[in-house]
Design a protein around this ligand. Structure first.
Ligand code: AGP
Length: 628
């Protein structure tokens, strides 16, 4: 977690660093700080809490420096206090460092450094870095060609863990040195100015030309250009890529929050997914080409017997829908694992398994580690049928996930800034429809007509979403006022809509801080029903189809215990069961999660916004969880 930025060029660094940090605040907001070099000294300013506290502190300070680094923190080692805020410096205050990640061996390094007389002032793992750099610098001989770069390089070689750093040194005021080991870092190339950031949204308003550092790389940025080396010191040739991102993607535009903007972007996200992945040349009667454009490697599918998925949070919920689709449409047995659990208790290896990592950010540490574990244990195992075949489903084609797996499905949702995932959830679910359709076609488990029917249904989803958003946004905004005092919510669903109950509960918890549980509707009577009374609203997702009557019966059971019953269901006779209805258009149950999730996202959003909470940056959370 944490976001880091850096700038070197001809403009005033402070405002560039602050606006970069604003774009990265989704990564953490426990404290913020920046350091620049001015009049031969490091000027460091830090503040506890969100970025606006740092802005206030900087107001009125004249620091016209042209080089600097900045940080927004999600606390791991040490409380979120100013003395733990980055940048951290060495004893002399000549070297300043910002870090995203964790230095796992910091305790032993700190002990060694303290033994040599270094004084530490924070509880962080990061502080060892400027001390080590300063020590290497003071030991460097006058013959060293690049003393600062070499000192950083020697330092990173001593660090264990996953980290990305940006470093400045008052003695080298025209150099910014950055390094990456398993935490993201990109460099933006401008005209006579260069930027670095943990994520590209911090770069797009300055440049579209971006160089992504890989693990084990260190770079020196000067006003003249960028040089990249590996940790051994060999110069590397890197080719930048062009982002083609409009800076408006990272602005709220007419919306009060990014989350609301992203909820409203969902119809277009579904449209783009359909455009990218449905093969318009496919003909239901001619099964020679796949109905999708996934173009997955034949080696991923060969003799496939099962699918194993690793994911966290909302991506885990999308994966549960994926399991339903893969099993019910393609007839392939699928297991969905919490990545954080599976990495310490892996299930016995099974042959001919496709392993899928689902992560919108492509940087979630637990998901990456679970995939790496899978790759390693499958590599060690000799027989060919046990070899690893890894597929990633992600919104960030340039992420660490992409380097780990054999192939990715890019969900193409566009950058998501709100910490609560909305449009990326829908796009992940779309990826599973395509995967299930592709596999069903390959395995001949569905007829051409059935596949065509599913695709037709998917093509209607964007317009149905638009219709829902148009009517429900203000309706749910008014409705949300009725839950000012509510402390608990229960969400229930069955079958393909059970994961939507989980997702509805997670959205409400994370942004409104209201306690919420998602349950399979049929499980209520096995315990949770004891929680119900007239103060606990129950949201039931009841879509006509296979389990419709069952959900309605479960809803009646809740009503009989005085619960206020809210139905996510089509309008009509059966809707009378509910005290309130959040209406969903008639749709095939199989496709319904793409629609039923919308009122639940809006409900969570409006309850939180009405309570005046920080919807886009809820407390204690970060958008990419790059620590275990
Ligand atoms: C979603 O609203 C959450 N903030 C969180 O659960 C998220 O889905 C989880 O951290 C996984 O992230 P990823 O998809 O980037 O791996």
């Amino acid at each position: 977690m944490c976001g880091i930025v850096g700038y070197i060029g001809t403009q005033s660094a402070t405002e560039i660093l602050l606006s970069g940090l604003e774009k990265l605040e989704y990564r953490g907001y426990d404290s913020a700080g920046l350091a620049t070099i001015w009049e031969g000294q490091i000027k460091s300013v830090r503040a506890k809490g969100k970025l606006h506290n740092l802005r206030e502190k900087l107001a009125g300070m004249e620091i016209p420096a042209n080089i600097g680094i900045g940080h927004t923190r999600w606390a791991t080692h040490g409380k979120p206090e100013e003395y733990n805020a980055h940048p951290h410096t060495d004893d002399t205050g000549r070297v300043a460092v910002v870090q995203n990640g964790i230095v796992e061996n910091y305790r032993e390094l700190r002990k060694e450094l303290e033994g040599r007389g270094h004084k530490f002032v924070s509880d962080t793992d990061t502080e060892v870095i400027p001390h080590l750099i300063a020590e290497f610098l003071s030991n460097s001989s006058g013959n060293d060609r690049e003393p600062f770069l070499d000192a950083v390089r020697q330092t990173v070689n001593k660090l264990d863990g996953a980290f990305a750093i940006a470093v400045i040194c008052a003695d080298y005021p025209r150099e910014l040195v950055v390094a990456r080991q398993q935490a993201p870092l990109s460099i933006g190339l401008g005209q006579g100015e260069f930027f670095c950031a943990s994520d590209t949204p911090a770069l797009v308003s300055h440049t579209q030309v971006v160089l992504t550092l890989e693990n084990g790389e260190v770079a020196r940025l000067t006003p003249l250009g960028v040089e990249v080396y590996n940790f051994e010191g060999d110069r590397l040739n890197k080719v930048p890529r062009i982002l083609n991102w409009s800076p408006t993607l990272v602005e709220k535009q007419v919306f009060k929050h990014f989350m609301l903007k992203e909820i409203h972007e969902q119809p277009n996200v579904v449209r783009s997914c359909l455009e990218a992945y449905i093969n318009s040349d496919w003909d239901a009667m001619n099964s020679l080409v796949s109905p999708t454009n996934l173009k997955l490697l034949p080696s991923l599918y060969k003799n496939l017997e099962q699918v194993e998925i690793f994911a966290c949070g909302t991506s885990w919920h999308a994966s549960l829908i994926g399991k339903y689709l893969l099993e019910q449409l393609a007839g392939i047995s699928t297991t969905v694992n919490y990545a954080s659990e599976a990495r310490y208790a892996p299930s016995p290896l099974r042959a001919n398994t496709l392993t899928i990592g689902v992560t919108q950010s492509g940087e979630t540490a637990d998901t990456l580690a679970a995939l790496a574990m899978e790759q390693q244990r499958r590599y060690l195992d000799k027989p060919a049928e046990f070899k690893s075949r890894l597929l990633g489903i992600t919104n960030r084609a340039e992420s660490s996930l992409a380097n780990l797996v054999n192939q990715i499905i890019d969900i193409q949702a566009g950058i998501e800034i709100g910490v609560a995932a909305t449009k990326t959830f829908v796009a992940q679910v779309m990826a599973f429809y395509f995967l299930a359709i592709d596999l069903a076609w390959q395995r001949k488990s569905l007829s051409g007509e059935k596949i065509a029917e599913i695709i037709n249904g998917l093509q209607k989803i964007p317009a149905q979403m638009e219709q829902m958003l148009e009517t429900q946004d203000s309706q749910i905004e008014d409705f949300a006022h009725q839950f000012n005092e509510t402390q608990d919510f229960i969400f229930v669903g069955r079958g393909i809509n059970f994961p939507i109950a989980l997702e509805g509960a997670l959205k409400l918890k994370e942004i409104s801080y209201i306690h919420a549980e998602g349950y399979p509707a049929g499980e209520m009577k096995h315990g949770p029903i004891a929680l119900l009374d007239d103060k606990v609203p129950v949201v039931a997702i009841a879509m006509p189809g296979f389990v419709y009557e069952k959900v309605l019966s479960n809803a009646q059971e809740a009503k009989a215990r005085d619960a206020r019953l809210i139905g996510v269901t089509p309008e009509g006779e059966e809707a009378d069961v509910f005290d309130d209805v959040l209406a969903v258009p008639e749709v095939d149950e199989l496709l319904s999660p793409l629609l039923t999730v919308i009122p639940l996202q809006l409900l969570a959003y409006h309850i939180a916004a009405h309570r005046g909470l920080d919807v886009d940056q809820p407390r204690n959370l970060a958008k990419s969880v790059t620590v275990e």
